[in-house]
Each structure stands twice: as structure tokens, then as C-alpha cells.
Design a protein around this ligand. Sequence first.
Ligand SMILES: [Zn+2]
Length: 100
Amino acid sequence: MCRMKKILHIFFVLMTISLVLCLASAMFFESFHADHDCTGEDCPICQIIQNIRTSVKSLVLLLSSTAVFISTTSFITFTADNLNQFYSNSLVAQKVKISD
Ligand SMILES: [Zn+2]
């Protein structure tokens, strides 16, 4: 179990590094070619910049949906644990007879 956590931790660190590198290279490319000599309608640099913007938008959507999923899952788990603890401490769960 501990080894699995370590592997997951390494995986998430590598994914974060690759994500940061992708975003940094996209920003670098766009800033480097911001004032290029545009050839017009079928400019390959403008097409690449458009693809980068679309990819970054998709990535932001993916990251935000992942954050919402993780926070919702954490909230549900936290609430379920608290409800379980609340009901396990009730008189009915402990089977206490009040008439005694
Ligand atoms: Zn262009």
C-alpha cells in the first residue's frame, strides 16, 4: 500500500511537471510569434496559435472539472463519515433502554 502511494505520488509529480512544461512552451511559442509576418488566411503560425489556445481551453476545462470532482468526492466522504459517526453514537445504535 505504501509503495502504491509512492508510485501515485511520483506519477502526479511527473504529470504536474509535464503540464507546467506544456503550458510554459505554449506561452513561449505564442509570445515569440506574437508579431510574426502573417501571410494571411492560411498562415501556419496563426493556425498553431489557434490550436494552442484551443488546447489550453480544453486543459483548463479538464482541470476545473477534475477539481470539482475531487472536492465533491471529498465532501461526500466527509459527510458520510460524520453521519456514520453521528448515528453510531445515538441511543438506538447503542441499544440503550430508556425505561430502565
Ligand atoms: Zn499569421
